[in-house]
Design a protein around this ligand. Structure first.
Ligand SMILES: C[S@@+](CC[C@H](N)C(=O)[O-])C[C@H]1O[C@@H](n2cnc3c(N)ncnc32)[C@H](O)[C@@H]1O
Length: 429
């Protein structure tokens, strides 16, 4: 593979490219790296490559002509500009670059490059992440390193690139251990020293999914688990936090539109629709709270009608019969009773349309759940105009309000529940 680097500072690459695997790959002719300096394409006596930005502002901008000429002198290849406004680099993009015979990596400096360079001479813009480097050289080095280790012959064992983090696009690598079996009181997990290959494989895959769920829930949220993975982590409280989550729908104490604390009436739609959302996202339970005995009986009756029908028809789980969704409904006379029924020490998270002083974000909540796999989650929803202040003050966390870009902010509780369950437990993020 050939890599051309367009840079004002080729010397920044010397030691990094000479060392370790990259040095060997270059010596063996597997990867060839050459440099083009835009300064060699200037015509003024100061050999200037930058100029002040039109419209004013701090710093200087790289001029289009020396840079475009430098890029074109590379004679083809896939042209990549390293820039913080590019698409964040991931392993899939690294793999695509590694499949090309020639890539040209263009490094910016100063406040960046004239926009026309991108329009005229760049095929792809890549960012290393949401931070600002002082030059594209370090980003280019990272790309060179990540790309070249995928080229056959560079790493000793290609398998090591198959099982590592992100190789399947969506999970982090499992924990690794080497000798000794015990270090400062910490032992290597038994399964790894047992010599049973299939058990090791299953353990690694499960740990990889658990780590990803706890540390990078955003990665797992991008897709549904494969049937094999689902079988492996069935009911796992870290990978499938929904399996220990309960929706608690409170009709008391809630606010009315004047801000008074009241008891609201149950509505059929909330009972049914939230039950269906809970079933879709795989929640453990749906707890409905009302202090009014007659209303509790009404809900129980409603659920029973559907469950009887389900029993008569014998519809299997997963076939969308409403009875399956209504089965996990329980009624309680108070929020405290609902929390006690959920299990020991539930993490209690209230939802609110109003601002609260220190709300918890969705990913933060998922990460927190990953760190406390033994605690069930109670997601509190208020009917009417939301949960009373005393409830909000008593919970462990208040979830960020759902907000769009408009000033209107009054979702129905069943819509809010659907949005929040999807943000926490849905796929396709
Ligand atoms: C100081 S930065 C320019 C930042 C630019 N003014 C902005 O705010 O987006 C100079 C050069 O460093 C490189 N660079 C900085 N941050 C980067 C990142 N996160 N990923 C890739 N390249 C980066 C780019 O080549 C950029 O042109």
């Amino acid at each position: 593979m050939r890599i051309t680097v367009v840079t004002l500072f080729p010397e920044a690459f010397e030691s990094a490219l000479a060392a370790s695997l990259l040095g060997k790959a270059r010596a063996a002719g597997i990867v060839a790296v050459d440099f083009v300096n835009p300064r060699d394409f200037t015509s003024d006596k100061h050999r200037s490559v930058d100029d002040a930005p039109y419209g004013g502002g701090p710093g200087m901008v790289m001029k289009p002509q020396p840079l475009v000429d430098a890029i074109e002198s590379a004679g083809g290849g896939h042209r990549v500009l390293l820039t913080p406004v590019g698409a964040p680099l991931d392993q899939a993009a690294v793999r695509a670059l590694a499949a090309r015979p020639h890539i040209v990596l263009v490094c910016g400096r100063y406040e960046g490059v004239d926009e026309r360079v991108s329009r005229l001479a760049i095929d792809q813009e890549i960012s290393l992440g949401d931070f600002v480097l002082s030059g594209g050289e370090f980003a280019a080095l990272a790309v060179i390193d990540a790309v070249s280790r995928l080229i056959p012959g560079v790493l000793g064992e290609m398998a090591s690139t198959v099982e590592e983090s992100f190789s399947d696009g969506a999970s982090l690598e499992y924990p690794q251990y080497t000798r000794p079996t015990e270090f400062r009181g910490l032992a290597v997990p038994d399964v790894l020293v047992g010599g049973h290959h299939e058990k090791v494989r299953a353990w690694r895959r499960r740990e990889s999914l658990r780590r990803t769920a706890a540390r990078r829930p955003d990665l797992l949220a991008r897709r549904r688990l494969s049937p094999a993975d689902r079988a492996l982590v069935d009911g796992d409280p870290v990978v499938l936090p929904a399996s220990r989550a309960h929706v608690v729908l409170a009709h008391h104490p809630v606010l009315d539109r004047t801000g008074a604390v009241v008891t609201s009436s149950i509505t059929n739609l909330d009972v049914h629709d939230i039950a269906r959302s809970c079933a879709t996202y795989g929640l453990a339970g749906y707890e409905i709270v009302t202090p009014v005995g007659a209303q509790r009986e009404k809900i129980e009756h409603m659920a029973r009608v559907w469950l009887d029908e389900l029993a008569q028809e014998g519809v299997q789980a997963g076939h969308g019969h409403r009875g399956h969704a209504l089965a996990p409904i329980r009624v309680h006379e108070s929020i405290e009773a609902a929390l006690a029924a959920i299990g020991p020490q539930p993490l209690v998270v209230a939802t609110s349309a109003r601002e609260s002083p220190r709300p918890i974000g969705y990913r933060e909540l998922l990460r927190l759940l990953g760190r406390m796999p033994d605690r069930p989650l109670a997601l509190l929803f208020g009917t009417g105009h939301g949960l009373a202040d005393a409830v909000i003050a008593s919970v462990d966390h208040v979830l960020e309000p759902i907000e769009g870009q408009s000033d209107w902010n009054h979702l129905s509780v069943r819509s809010a529940a659907a949005v929040i369950l999807d943000r926490l437990f849905g796929t396709g993020a």
